[in-house]
Design a protein around this ligand. Structure first.
Ligand code: SF4
Ligand code: SF4
Length: 442
């Protein structure tokens, strides 16, 4: 912000150098994963899919259903601990290298901007200049490309929730057939466009809660992008430190900060200042690494050890969580059944003294084989009244829903809630799963 509290627009210099090249390779791999993960098929299913409508989630090829909430919770918890461990140890490296916000802004939208409007000086001059045919052309071209890229990214993002086939169907069908999806796509595209055209780095410096957590997560041993003040200061003097006060590290910074002021909330560890300073050091024949990946302790004492009590403790918790997750994943049943009394219903009593309850059955085949399943009452002796007596035929990873009416003689029941048990059997008559539910009687 300037002295009056107004936003200072950042004209960051186009970064170049060894670290930028590494980030560019990583970005290509990241974007390939982002685009291909919902398209690649393993055993006929996508590698990644978040099908919220059908409550089916495929993560790295493993399928999770709504009934797998516990396993999903374990996975999420493991992910949170992984992020904590990673942040305590390596600082905000996620932000600079793998966060979608940084990848989209720094590696796609800013690159478009550099291409159309030029590097930081030309862009600054263009914005200061009065409107001319050339300025209008450049601005229209840049914002046109931004809108196009926002729409493309939104469609890829939506593919993670719909899968590629459904997405193509939505795109090719008339708009009226998917009006809701179309409106969502437009809104998400508009948000993307607004963020990458105008709001930009403020997401990292003002909005993102992860950025705000750095103050409590980082310590003196965390590896961050750091300025070696011992070597660099006093800056800009002939007999002084190595920093020649050229300010290249500031002009290249996408969040507009001066890394020489120490670790800051706004630093996303993008490494642009490392590259800029290394190039300066090369020119003045001084050793590279005045700005580098190091810990505060590493700079103070000259040696670095990434281990401390916190990341050791997080590692142990993460190992336990992951072990438990893998165990529950591989021992989960082949078939997942949930049977619940139809909401809002109690019981019915017929003239011949039979009491009945109505149940909803939801069943999922989690295997890669087709299954024919039979539902029977295990205890107590009673009757399932079904409209169709055929077995439930389930294809690979298919779900089915049925309604059952269960009936007992009133004399065999206690007042209020009774316990009954269903059994799910395969074609060979083998019991696959038992499901206990309550039965209401007058
Ligand atoms: S780029 Fe390096 S030498 Fe130049 S001001 Fe920054 S830290 Fe100092
Ligand atoms: S200080 Fe350096 S690493 Fe941090 S955001 Fe700025 S350029 Fe990137």
């Amino acid at each position: 912000m300037d002295e009056k509290g107004r936003r200072k627009w950042i004209y960051a210099k186009n970064p170049k150098g060894k670290w930028f090249n590494k980030r560019a390779f990583f970005t290509i791999a990241w974007l390939a994963f982002f685009i291909l993960a919902p398209i690649i098929k393993i055993n006929g299913e996508p590698f990644m899919l978040l099908d919220i409508v059908n409550r089916k989630f495929i993560i790295f090829g493993a399928i999770f259903w709504a009934q797998d909430t516990f396993i999903m919770a374990l996975l999420m918890l493991s992910f949170v601990f992984f992020i904590l461990l990673f942040t305590v140890t390596f600082g905000r490296i996620w932000c600079g290298w793998a966060c979608p916000q940084t990848i989209f802004l720094e590696m796609i939208f800013r690159k478009i901007e550099f291409l159309v409007e030029g590097d930081y000086k030309q862009r600054h001059q263009l914005d200061q200049a009065s409107w001319s045919a050339q300025k209008i052309f450049k601005k229209l071209l840049k914002h046109g490309l931004f809108i196009l890229m926002s729409i493309i990214l939104t469609n890829i993002f939506l593919m993670w929730f719909t899968g590629p086939e459904k997405l193509i169907q939505i795109i090719t069908d008339p708009i009226q057939a998917h009006l809701q999806g179309f409106v969502i796509m437009l809104l998400v595209s508009a948000v993307f466009y607004w963020i990458y055209s105008f709001f930009r780095e403020q997401i990292c410096t003002m909005v993102c809660p992860y950025g705000r957590m750095q103050g409590v997560l980082l310590d003196k041993k965390s590896i961050i992008v750091a300025y070696d003040y011992k070597r660099g200061e006093p800056r800009g003097t002939k007999e002084g430190g190595d920093c020649i006060n050229c300010q290249q590290c500031i002009s290249v910074c996408p969040t507009g900060i001066d890394i020489r002021n120490g670790a800051q909330l706004e630093c996303i560890n993008c490494t642009a200042c490392i590259d800029a300073c290394d190039q300066v050091m090369e020119k003045v024949s001084k050793p590279k690494g005045l700005i580098r990946f190091d810990s505060i302790e590493g700079i103070e004492k000259g040696h670095k050890s990434i281990w401390n009590t916190r990341n050791r403790a997080y590692s142990v918790v993460l190992a336990i969580l992951l072990g438990f997750f893998i165990y529950t994943l591989f021992t989960r049943p082949d078939v997942e059944t949930s049977i619940l009394r139809v909401p809002g219903t109690l019981y019915q009593v017929s003239e011949d003294g039979q009491v009945s309850n109505v149940y909803n059955l939801k069943i999922v085949n989690k295997t890669h084989d087709k299954m024919n399943l039979h539902v029977k009452l295990v205890t107590p002796n009673g009757k399932i009244k079904q409209a169709i007596e055929k077995p439930i035929e389930l294809g690979i990873h298919e779900r089915a829903e049925r309604v059952y009416i269960v009936e007992f003689p009133k004399s065999s029941l206690s007042h209020g809630k009774n316990s009954i048990e269903f059994g799910i059997y395969n074609d060979k008559g083998e019991l696959i799963e038992n499901v206990g539910v309550g039965f209401l009687a007058p």
